[in-house]
Each structure stands twice: as C-alpha cells, then as structure tokens.
Design a protein around this ligand. Structure first.
Ligand code: NDP
Ligand code: 8X3
Length: 254
C-alpha cells in the first residue's frame, strides 16, 4: 500500500537518497529543505522516473512559524503522514570548547534539536489522528560518542538520541513507532558545510577509506521503515567497515 513519507533535508545527501529510495517503491513524498530550486528539480525528476506524487515544501526548520505555516495547511490527501524522516541537520566547524563560534553553536542547536522538535510537533498530531505513524530520527555516531573538538555538534546528536527515547515513551500509546538511525562517516555535503566550503578539508575527512554514501544510509532507513507493524528498530548504528569508532578509521595510505 502506498504511504506518505515526509523527509526533511531532502535537497542533498542522505535526505535526497531517502527520497529517491522511498519513491522507487511507490510511496508519495513530501520533501523539505531551504533550497527551493533543488527541491523542485528533485520533485520533477522523481515524478518523471517513478510516476509518484511529490510535494516540495521550502522552509527553514529553525523557524517555528515557517514550519507551522508549511505543515499546518497540508492539502487533505497529504495529511496522513505515515513516515517522518527527521534528517535536516548540520555541523559547523571543529574547535575546542572555548573556541567555537557562538553563532555556529546556535545554528547547530536550532537546526539539529529545535528544528527536529518543531517539525515533530507539527506532524505528531496528524499521526495521532490516524492512530499510527513512524518517526525516524537521523542521529549520528556523534550522538553515541563525543570526539575531540566536536563538542556542540556531538551534544546536539546526543540530544537527538535522548529525544528519540522520549518520543518512543510518550507516543507508545498512540501506535506511533520511533526509531533512530545513527550513521558514521557518510560522504555527502556534510563536511563541505562543516568546513564552510573548503573542498580540501572536506575531502581529507574521507581520504583513504570507503565511507558510507547517502544511498547506504537510505537503504537502512528504508529497511527500518518496512518492518512489520509489531517490530521496531529502536536504534541502528551504521558504520563504514573501515571505521571502528568516531575517530578510529583504517586509512589505506597511497
Ligand atoms: P548534507 O549537507 O548533504 O544535507 C543536509 C540537509 O539538511 C540538506 O538537505 C539541507 O537542506 C538540510 N538543512 C540544513 N539546515 C537546514 C535548515 N535550517 N532548515 C531546513 N533544512 C536544513 O548532509 P547529510 O546528508 O550528511 O546530513 C543529513 C543528516 O545526517 C544530518 O542530520 C547530519 O547531522 C546527519 N549525519 C551525517 C553524517 C555524515 O557523515 N554525513 C553522519 C551522521 C549523521 P537546505 O540547505 O536546502 O536547507
Ligand atoms: C556526522 C559524522 O563523525 O562528523 O555526524 O560526527 S561525524
């Protein structure tokens, strides 16, 4: 049966790969992000290739009013959201705890924690109305371990882990599943964003080993979203084979 899947941060990386994966199985999609042109292009391509309906919604998850405006007035046949993938997120910089830029702290906290809360708060009542749904939060190895100079980003992903547990507890009696998928190093635009567009620094993160791709993570998210009703993956830690922990990576030297 075709479902409606809402994916935040679908304009790039893991979110885009999730959109393509869910579309290929016939699910209709609500794809979200700030970059309108990218969302519109992705919608067009998916509709052409998969013949499914796609609703692109352009908003900033940090802005509660924008979130509520976009999700509060969904047309009737888009209101039954079966799966919410809370994926929008970012890291900015790497620096010691007293050296980070407070503006960047705010952006990470506002996007990764508050944005996830705002979107969930808008979608959960719709799921409650139908007595079912599945929320899949994209956490990180950074929410399992804290690594040097990752302080605030790691804290936001620890918060995602905690909020995933809290959602599971609070939504238990509403037929709503809650899962967390935590990837390790995944080659997307993530490092380019973290290093403010510095391609050399971004490439260095993935040097000498095979990281996950957005598609690898999307396969895992899709698996989690397609288990029988009585089965739930609470947490999944998905790592590149060459990565044993946040900072322990086996790199082949050239
Ligand atoms: P990308 O940079 O490729 O994608 C990030 C997505 O988030 C983009 O679509 C971006 O869309 C969206 N986004 C960022 N800020 C906002 C905002 N304020 N409002 C709405 N959308 C926003 O990175 P990834 O695909 O790698 O990241 C996806 C998720 O995966 C993040 O939560 C990240 O923390 C997590 N993750 C990534 C890992 C990695 O190694 N890459 C590993 C573990 C977890 P737009 O700019 O158009 O708004
Ligand atoms: C993204 C992966 O290792 O930079 O969450 O934290 S890492």
């Amino acid at each position: 049966m075709s479902r409606t899947v809402l994916i935040t941060g679908a304009s790039s990386g893991i979110g885009k790969a999730c959109a393509e994966k869910f579309a290929s199985s016939g699910d209709q999609l609500i794809i979200c992000g700030r970059r309108k042109e990218r969302l519109e292009e992705l919608s067009k391509n998916i509709e052409k290739e998969s013949g499914i309906s796609v609703l692109p919604l352009c908003f900033d998850v940090r802005k509660k009013q924008e979130v509520d405006k976009a999700l509060g007035k969904l047309p009737y046949h888009w209101r039954k959201i079966d799966v919410l993938v809370n994926n929008a997120g970012l890291a900015l910089g790497l620096s010691g705890i007293d050296g980070g830029d407070p503006g960047e702290w705010d952006q990470m906290i506002d996007t990764n924690i508050k944005g996830l809360l705002y979107v969930s708060r808008a979608v959960i009542p719709l799921m409650k109305e139908y007595g079912r749904g599945h929320i899949i939060n994209i956490g990180s190895i950074a929410g399992v371990e804290t690594y040097p100079e990752g302080n605030v980003y790691c804290a936001t992903k620890h918060a995602v882990a905690s909020l995933s547990k809290a959602m599971r507890i609070d939504l238990l009696h509403h037929g709503i599943k809650v899962s967390q998928v935590c990837p390790g190093a995944t080659e997307t635009e993530f490092s380019l964003v973290r290093f403010h567009g510095d391609r050399e620094k971004a490439a260095e993160v993935y040097r000498g080993f095979r990281p996950l791709s957005g598609v690898d993570v999307a396969e895992a998210v899709y698996f989690v979203a397609n288990l029988p009703d009585h089965v739930n993956v609470n947490d999944m830690l998905l790592m590149p084979t060459a990565q044993a922990s946040a900072k322990l990576i086996h790199r082949e030297e050239p």
